[in-house]
Design a protein. Structure first.
Length: 404
């Protein structure tokens, strides 16, 4: 077998497609593998421009490559090893890698193109790409799920922490309640027991003066117990969220005068409650019962913590913008160190001594005022007195809407 026969046999049996073209791009030969790849017979291809086997944009660019190469002799312009879109006879496209070699014969120059089908490689790449995308999506889903789980765990941890903190606070409140109740209940009950015994004794002696005196002591003791129980019931309802404001349109002057008259009956010797109103109108929109409770609490404190022969100033003011209620006394005052704790439940200032009280009143006042979107402020100087102010916006849309 001579060299030409051997070369022909190699080309005819090569796995890759082999095509030769002249300088103008006209196909001179095509081996069986290339025919099988493109779906043509040799007769359908030979004599035609090689671009017939290429899809756009390679179809339009191929002649430009050859022209530039023939003009400049720049080898890279041929596109050695470049990827090309192939066009089969049936119109389908596929990717192939084209390697081009220049062959110089004795009488002319031809170009040999080696066609390597990339369909399987591209399909494999696409499968890998899709698989990678699926994995990324799965990772994102798992990450999102993990983040959601972490958030849920954090929220659960916060809930547990809040629950434990709430339980701790509740335990402290119970401890304060037991301590306070054991003292506050014992004192008036002992007074009731002693006065009842003395009344029995004085009744036998027909001593009406002492009987009246101890009957009043019993009334005061029962009044103290009633106030304590009322504070406990109010706190329990607030903690359970069972207190909702019921807004009505009422005369704050009339309410204040009624409260002043009632509270004057329990003042100390020569204590006087002085009530004044400022404003062209006295009509307000609030919860009358909650407001009354707040005023009574503040005036009760003023009576307890002020001495005999003193004045308690009680003022109301109604303007276009707000309602203001003020209770001012000239009593023992509140120590500076205690002022920041004043509204905590069961807290009592250190200078209250044996003066009875639950430490709940101011906490209830602030919370009742808050339910009506009001605020409570105070100023106090030790041994000179205290001023409490409750203010509400008269333009509060929530209040007006609730009333309407």
């Amino acid at each position: 077998m001579n060299d030409a026969t051997l070369l022909h046999a190699i080309i005819e049996n090569a796995i890759d497609g082999i095509i030769t073209i002249d300088k103008k791009g006209i196909v001179e030969s095509i081996n069986p593998s290339a025919c099988l790849l493109f779906g043509y017979t040799p007769q359908e291809v030979i004599g035609h421009n090689i671009s017939m086997l290429m899809a756009e944009p390679d179809h339009s660019r191929h002649d430009q490559y050859l022209h530039r190469y023939n003009t400049t002799k720049e080898r890279h312009i041929i596109g050695i090893g470049r990827e090309v879109k192939g066009l089969r006879k049936n119109g389908t496209q596929f990717p192939f890698r084209l390697g081009v070699s220049e062959v110089i014969l004795s009488d002319r120059t031809i170009f040999t193109g080696f066609v390597n089908d990339l369909s399987r490689e591209k399909a494999a790449e696409e499968r890998i790409k899709n698989h990678a995308a699926q994995l990324e999506e799965l990772v994102e889903e798992r990450t999102a799920s993990l983040r959601k789980t972490v958030r849920a765990l954090q929220e659960a941890k916060e809930e547990v922490s809040l629950s434990l903190e709430k339980e701790k606070e509740l335990s402290q409140l119970k401890s304060r309640f037991v301590s306070m109740a054991s003292h506050e209940f014992r004192t008036p009950l002992s007074s009731v027991q002693l006065s009842a015994s003395l009344i029995e004794k004085y009744s036998q002696q027909e001593d009406p003066t002492n009987i009246t005196k101890h009957v009043n002591k019993i009334k005061n003791a029962v009044g103290n117990l009633t106030a304590i129980l009322n504070d406990f019931l109010s706190l329990e309802k607030l903690e359970a969220g069972r207190v909702e404001p019921t807004y009505t349109h009422f005369d704050v002057v009339k309410l204040s005068e009624e409260i002043t008259e009632e509270m004057q009956m329990i003042t100390k010797q020569n204590q006087n409650i002085i009530y004044e109103h400022t404003g062209l109108t006295s009509m307000v929109i609030l919860d009358q019962n909650l407001l009354k409770n707040c005023i009574i609490n503040l005036i009760t404190n003023a009576i307890k913590y002020s001495g005999e022969n003193t004045f308690i100033e009680f003022n109301s003011e109604v303007t276009e913008k707000e309602y203001i209620l003020t209770v001012r006394d000239n009593g023992i005052g509140i120590p500076d160190a205690d002022q920041k704790h004043l509204f905590q439940p069961f807290f009592r200032a250190h200078n209250t001594g044996n003066i009875p009280g639950t430490g709940l009143g101011l906490n209830i006042v602030r919370r009742y005022a808050g339910l009506m979107n009001g605020k409570v402020e105070f100023e106090s100087i030790i041994n000179k007195g205290t001023t409490f102010t409750i203010s509400f916006s008269s333009n509060n849309e929530k209040n007006i809407h609730s009333y309407n």
